[in-house]
Design a protein around this ligand. Structure first.
Ligand code: ADP
Length: 855
């Protein structure tokens, strides 16, 4: 609506928002300018829209009466890249008068009639097409010679029926065959009537062309008689009416559309005068609700027919709106129809107010929305089942609408009136809040729709997951409305999060286990492949997941693993095995777990272990071999030593016994020198005997006959001290010991070792020095360490090893008696019992012999 001054330019004085939207301008740019700056000033310029605007306005000025203009097409500036909208308007220019009768303003009003106009124009164009089709239609002529039973067709008939001249026999039967089976009966009847002269033929029917194409034919036929009144020819025309027939069918559809379009534009109108409290009910109430004119005259028509349950509420709402400042009113309620059923109606009205702002009239339109409502109810039901609500924000009027489901989800109570702030105010601080704010901004600024799953606090303070979907509606580049849906997805989301958590946990475990792991489905398609598997088999996840395992590892087809995997899957049994993978030169320990979903396979790289095992096996084998040969040679040696010492004893005994015979019997004959020689010989033989005995003993060491027992080493030491009592007394030797333990060992060899070391300690002393010997023991982790310490002559480090070798001595027998077997025997005993022996000594500070006994 534009208010114009009645000057030469028709200056714009006022303009409403919807027209501003239409011409895509704002008020400042428009007011004060001529209407022709925005609408064309030309006459009859159909293309540009408002034709004859100037002449219409001038006519208003000259006649002082409202002037209606023909329906106008208008879209001044289509959006870039868009086809111009085809929008149509019913335009009327209405004069407004001053009190003195002069025209003060002209009201230029326009009402959009696009839908109706489009339908009308479509109808028109269909009619034009139909006429054209008829014009170009070609007509064929035919003639049937009754006495000769001969049928003649013009060229066009062949063409129309799609039959070639060569194939057509020219008889009525061959033509009859072409007729569509469903139309044959009607055709025969019509022909019969025509031939018998009852009625001229005028019929539409379908024929099937030999190529299968269906055609609509219009046939007209007439009977000709000769002078005698006998029928001679039956002739007429055929016309291909396929195009027009189809057009007619589509025309019927178009007409139907038009009917609904025009019906929709006419709501049932009422006009209620508050002053007189009279109400006019339009014809629409007859058409839509079935009431006759008489009923409509009843002043209480409305009160009598509104549903009793809605009456009070609606009356209150009307009262509230009219007493307030509202200029519009809208409501839905149930309204009784003449047939006794209730219709859902949408009642939209304008509240007309006087200068004081009091409501004086209410003009409204009532629309039957029962069908819509039913659908809506169905939708609401579905939505409420799925907990989907809808919401809408009218940006221009800053009003907010929430459906009942939204209120239910947000726990506000049904009567809650949401504010703009409520929309985003309750989203959880942080991600949810930031996201919704961002999405709404993007929607309002750039028209980007959103769909997000976010967390929101209900009005009762419960934190829930919702899915919010939103979209902005634009008019001339300005956002006018934001609307969308709101769904409670708390249960699903929590379940989903739970599943995801489980999945992530599982994933985490699978990723963090040191083992490589993969899964395949029953068709050997890889479904999972962890990092470790990537590393071990040098195949990235992206290259294998979703693929056929044996395509990627074609070199393993037929391998041990291949067989075992198949066996495991087929038998449903867990298998653990080792396999060598030659292309990577690696050994793996593989566990395969079958399930309905396929196979889960864990594997470990055991190459190192496997190699060291092989090495150990080899080592063990070599050792065994050496031990065997050693045992053999040892046994041989022992046997040799035994035989040698045993066999040597015999001649030695002879030497000794004959020497003693010689000494006895020839005592008188042999001089002193001879006696001394004999003495040397006996002494030598004795020593040799001792050596042979030692050797024999040495050879036997290692085959102890006694059992291990608890041996009190202190007691053993005391016994030894007692044994050397005499000797010790002679040299004033002191043998000390303290805290000697009880150990688990074989007593006699242990005693022999200790005795031998004490004996040496007493023996290898410096002349004139009082021997001090100390026996001690120290508890170590795995053994006892015994020490025999003396203050004797000491041993040069060069000989610390040598002294343990058989027959090795550092002195001659005159200096210190002995045959060099003692320490060799001691060493052999200690080692045979699993211990070790060594010496720490230097020539100035005495010696300490250490030996160990296992604990
Ligand atoms: P033998 O005592 O019969 O000579 P051993 O095998 O007992 O033989 O000793 C080997 C050599 O070790 C001895 O000849 C001696 O030189 C040296 N020896 C042994 N014990 C001691 C000791 N306590 N102090 C110094 N030398 C020792």
């Amino acid at each position: 609506m534009v208010v114009l001054a009645p000057d030469a330019n028709f200056t714009i004085v006022g303009i409403n928002q919807s027209l501003l939207n239409l011409i895509r301008q704002n008020e400042k740019e428009v007011v004060g300018k001529s209407i022709f700056d925005f609408f064309p000033d030309t006459h009859c310029d159909k293309k540009s829209g408002l034709a004859d605007l100037r002449s219409s306005l001038e006519k208003v000025l000259s006649s002082g009466k409202p002037v209606k203009m023909p329906v106008q097409k208008f879209d001044p500036s289509p959006k870039e890249g868009h086809q111009p909208d085809r929008r149509y308007f019913q335009v009327e220019n209405i004069p407004l008068f001053r009190e003195n009768g002069e025209i003060e303003y002209i009201l230029h009003t326009s009402q959009e009639v696009t839908e109706k106009e489009t339908a009308e124009r479509q109808l028109k164009s269909t009619e034009i097409k139909l006429a054209a089709a008829q014009q170009i239609a070609k007509i064929g002529y035919w003639k049937f010679d009754i006495p000769k039973n001969k049928l003649f067709w013009s060229e066009e008939v062949y063409h129309i029926l799609g039959v070639s001249k060569e194939n057509f026999q020219g008889s009525y039967q061959s033509f009859f065959q072409c007729i569509h089976p469903d139309d044959k009966e009607a055709f025969s009847n019509a022909r019969e009537e025509a031939i018998t002269g009852k009625k001229e033929m005028d019929l539409e029917f379908r024929v099937m062309q030999p190529d299968g194409i269906l055609k609509w034919i219009h046939e007209k036929g007439k009977l000709e008689k000769n002078e005698k009144g006998e029928p001679v020819t039956f002739e007429g025309t055929v016309q291909d009416v396929t195009v027009s027939k189809l057009l007619k069918l589509s025309l019927a559809e178009t007409a139907e559309r038009y009917y609904y379009a025009s019906k929709a534009t006419f709501d049932a109108i009422y006009d209620w005068d508050f002053g007189t409290d009279e109400c006019y009910w339009g014809e629409g109430f007859t058409r839509d609700f079935g009431y006759d004119a008489e009923t409509l005259k009843d002043n209480n028509f409305w009160e009598k027919h509104i549903h009793p349950d809605d009456k009070q509420k609606i009356q209150e709402e009307i009262k509230k709106s009219t007493e307030g400042k509202a200029s519009k009113w809208l409501n839905e309620y149930r309204f009784l129809k003449a047939d006794g059923s209730y219709a859902y109606v949408l009642d939209r009205s304008i509240i007309v107010r006087n200068q004081e702002g009091e409501a004086v009239r209410m003009i409204g339109a009532v629309q039957d929305i029962t069908e819509k409502k039913k659908l809506q109810q169905l939708l609401d039901k579905a939505n409420s089942l799925a907990k989907i609500g809808s919401w809408e924000i009218d940006v221009e009027n800053a009003t907010v609408f929430w459906s009942d489901v939204v209120k239910e989800i947000r726990e506000t109570g049904k009567d809650y009136h949401p504010t703009l702030q409520d929309g985003i105010g309750h989203f959880k601080e942080g991600f949810s809040k930031q996201t919704i704010v961002k999405r709404v901004k993007e929607a309002v600024k750039h028209g980007i729709p959103w769909e997000e799953d976010l967390q929101i606090y209900t009005h009762k303070g419960n934190l829930i997951w919702v899915r919010t979907i939103g979209k902005a509606e634009f008019l001339d580049g300005k956002c006018v409305k934001i609307y969308g849906s709101f769904q409670d997805i708390n249960a699903q989301k929590n379940a989903e999060l739970e599943i995801r958590k489980l999945y992530e946990e599982k994933n985490h475990i699978l990723e963090s286990i040191g083992d490589a792991f993969f899964t395949v489905d029953p068709n050997w398609i890889v479904t999972y492949w962890n990092q470790e598997a990537e590393k071990r088999l040098m195949v990235p996840r992206s290259e294998i997941v979703g693929k056929y395992l044996w395509d990627v590892f074609s070199d393993s087809v037929g391998s041990e693993s291949y067989k075992k995997y198949h066996e495991s899957l087929e038998s449903g049994k867990k298998l653990v095995f080792e396999d060598y993978y030659p292309s990577l030169a690696k050994w793996f320990e593989i566990s395969s777990y079958p399930s309905e979903k396929g196979l889960s396979v864990y594997f470990k790289d055991i190459t190192e272990r496997k190699l060291s095992q092989i090495q150990v096996n080899e080592l063990h084998y070599n050792l065994q071999k050496t031990a065997n040969s050693l045992a053999v040679s040892n046994a041989e040696l022992e046997q040799f030593a035994y035989i040698a010492s045993h066999d040597l004893q015999e001649p030695l005994r002879m030497v000794t016994s004959f020497l003693s015979q010689l000494e006895k019997k020839y005592n008188d004959v042999v001089d002193d020198k001879g006696k001394q020689y004999i003495h040397f010989a006996v002494d030598g033989a004795n020593r040799m005997r001792q050596i042979i005995l030692d050797l024999l003993e040495f050879s036997r060491i290692g085959r102890f006959s006694g059992k291990t027992e608890e041996v009190d080493t202190r007691k053993v030491a005391e016994e030894i001290v007692a044994l050397y009592k005499k000797q010790a007394k002679a040299t004033s030797a002191v043998i000390k010991f303290d805290n000697l333990p009880v150990v688990n060992t074989i007593k006699s060899p242990f005693t022999q070792v200790l005795q031998n070391l004490v004996s040496n300690a007493l023996k290898y002393q410096k002349p004139g020095v009082k021997p001090v010997i100390r026996i001690s023991a120290e508890e170590m982790a795995a053994h006892w360490k015994f020490a025999v310490k003396d203050n004797g002559i000491g041993i040069h480090p060069d000989f610390h090893q040598k002294i343990f070798v058989i027959f090795q001595r550092l002195h001659n027998k005159d200096e210190y008696s002995g045959n060099g077997m003692g320490l060799a025997i001691v060493k052999k005993i200690v080692e045979a019992m699993g211990g070790g022996i060594w010496v720490e000594s230097n020539e100035s500070g005495g010696s300490t012999f250490y030996f160990t006994i296992n604990r």
